[in-house]
Design a binder for this molecule. Structure first.
Ligand code: NAD
Length: 501
């Protein structure tokens, strides 16, 4: 007999992810509300206790198993990334490869970077043994973006796990499948610590619930506007906060630069991933002597670059549909303010795909120079000399990455040292992204704090200072029983020493 009673059981709320190129639905995902988020954090806290107690060598073994599982599932992970972001399969594979490099480094180096360290105790504490200990924070909440849905959040997740934390990850609502797959791979690879990495899915409200949930740190990657909102929530509970936000990266081209190499790198850095790269190239400052020759080379190369759905397309659609309107606004406003379009224009924004746009002579106060465009466009402006290039590059409220093209490597490094950016490549673009030992992060509207490298491991620890008394001090200054004469002698001694040295 068929049961005809209406099904009144409450259904769990879900949301749909879509393919950016076609708008076709991909999958349904749970919409995690405050209760689900609280449960996930409690679960991670309980699974995290045993994880935190492991010696580094054991965690390293587990994380390398996780890494091997990710490498084995590279095709499946890349397929999920490509489906959710629309990027070409080759780009998605490269994203997994970069992630593997970072996970490997974090797993192998956490023990060395975070080891207990003796420090000198100094004259007045010579009877103490002083040590520095890096303790895991507990549960780290990671809120991620959609443009590199694996590589970017793993810059926090992999390092937080290696430092002994549990992680609750909220991927972007545009790329929830990638996040879910990551947590599932961890559980499969490290079943004895299942739940140490867990995912909650949803949009802003889920992210806000995670920031409110009592996690021990929030590592956020996204736009500066959202960073401000999440930081305001974190302020309520003094939850530590790390912000990896956008960029308006500049490339400086000196008179003696290899112009072919510079043009090649500018085009790749500006158009790759449809320009949806936080440290992508958005502004170029070339000294006047080489300006025209550089523009010619940039246009020639950019003209050959085609977006599309084919696997061999150079880049895919705008992942966030609304971003196309931002690109169009920046390009139109620049042209209205007197810029010249060397390639493309507002008409390049057509549906989900945006063709390459190269602008020249863009007024410095136009949105194309001051705001993150996050599209396949680049503005190339002439400058009198490298000094002017440095001043213009530094004038942005963003300070994430930058690049310098210059004939002499030493001069290039000297120019790099004058840039406010958190990471600079000389004679390449984004060279730092593939070096796990190099910290990554910015300042100003690009955020604060560092992921990757030793700093990226330490970012997910609390430093504990420990002194252990080795013997009774000849002069015990931390007691009410110290005779006045002894105290005075100690002060005389210190004054004498510090006056002379
Ligand atoms: P976004 O700010 O819109 O969203 C980022 C994340 O925050 C998403 O998971 C989103 O759901 C969540 N969120 C949104 N509102 C929230 C709220 N009120 N409380 C809590 N969470 C909330 O950014 P996006 O569009 O996903 O990503 C693009 C931006 O990310 C660009 O600015 C790009 O430059 C930046 N980005 C920076 C880096 C870096 O390492 N510096 C790397 C990649 C991307």
């Amino acid at each position: 007999m068929t049961d005809t009673t209406p099904d009144t059981a409450p259904r769990a709320a879900t949301f749909t992810s879509y393919a950016p190129a076609t708008g076709e639905p991909i999958a349904e995902h749970p919409l995690s509300g405050p209760e689900e988020v609280a449960r996930a954090v409690a679960g991670a806290r309980s699974a995290g206790a045993a994880w935190a107690a492991l010696p580094h060598a054991r965690r390293r073994g587990h994380l390398l198993r996780f890494k091997r599982a990710l490498a084995t599932s590279l095709d499946e992970v890349a397929r999920t990334i490509a489906a959710e972001t629309g990027k070409p399969p080759g780009d998605a594979e490269l994203e997994v490869v970069l992630t593997l490099e970072h996970l490997s480094w974090a797993a192998r180096n956490a023990g060395r970077v975070l080891r207990r360290r003796r420090v000198p105790s100094g004259l007045f504490a010579a009877h103490q043994r002083s040590t520095l200990v890096h303790r895991p924070l507990g549960v780290v909440g990671v809120i991620g973006p959609w443009n590199y849905p694996l590589y970017t959040p793993m810059g926090s997740i992999g390092y937080a796990l290696a430092a002994g934390n549990a992680v609750v990850f909220k991927p972007s609502e545009l790329t929830p499948g990638t996040g879910g797959l990551l947590a599932a791979l961890f559980d499969e690879a490290v079943p004895e610590h299942a739940g140490v990495l867990t995912t909650v899915t949803g949009a802003a409200a889920t992210g806000e619930a995670l920031a409110r949930s009592g996690v021990d740190k929030v590592a956020f990657t996204g736009s500066p506007g959202t960073a401000r909102k999440v930081m305001a929530v974190c302020a309520g509970s003094l939850t530590p906060f790390l912000a990896e936000c956008g960029g308006k990266d500049a490339v400086i081209v000196a008179a003696d630069a290899d112009l072919d190499a510079a043009a090649d790198a500018v085009v790749w850095g500006a158009l790759g991933n449809a320009g949806q790269t936080c440290a992508g190239v958005e502004r170029v400052y070339a000294v006047r002597e080489v300006y025209d020759a550089l523009c010619e080379r940039v246009v020639e190369r950019a003209r050959a670059v085609r977006p599309g759905a084919a696997p061999d397309a150079a880049y895919g659609p705008m992942t966030l549909p609304g971003q196309a309107a931002v690109v169009e606004r920046h390009v139109s406003a620049a042209l209205a303010a007197g810029a010249r379009a060397l390639l493309g224009g507002p008409e390049s924004v057509a549906g989900p795909y945006v063709g390459p746009v190269v602008l020249a002579g863009v007024p410095e106060d136009s949105a194309a120079m001051t705001e993150e465009t996050f599209g396949p466009t680049v503005a190339v402006n002439p400058v009198a000399d490298v000094d002017e290039a440095v001043a213009r590059a530094n004038a942005s409220r963003y300070a994430l990455g930058a690049a310098v093209f210059c004939g002499d490597r030493r001069t290039g490094a000297a120019i790099a040292a004058r840039l406010r950016a958190g990471a600079v490549s000389v004679n390449s673009v984004l060279g730092f992204a593939a070096v796990p030992a190099l910290p990554f992060g910015g300042s100003g509207d690009s955020g604060f704090g560092r992921i990757h490298g030793a700093e990226g491991l330490r970012a997910f620890t609390a430093v504990q200072s420990v002194t252990v008394r080795r013997f009774a001090p000849p002069v015990n200054l931390t007691s009410f029983t110290v005779p006045e004469a002894t105290r005075e002698r100690a002060v005389r001694l210190a004054r004498g020493l510090h006056r002379r040295h």
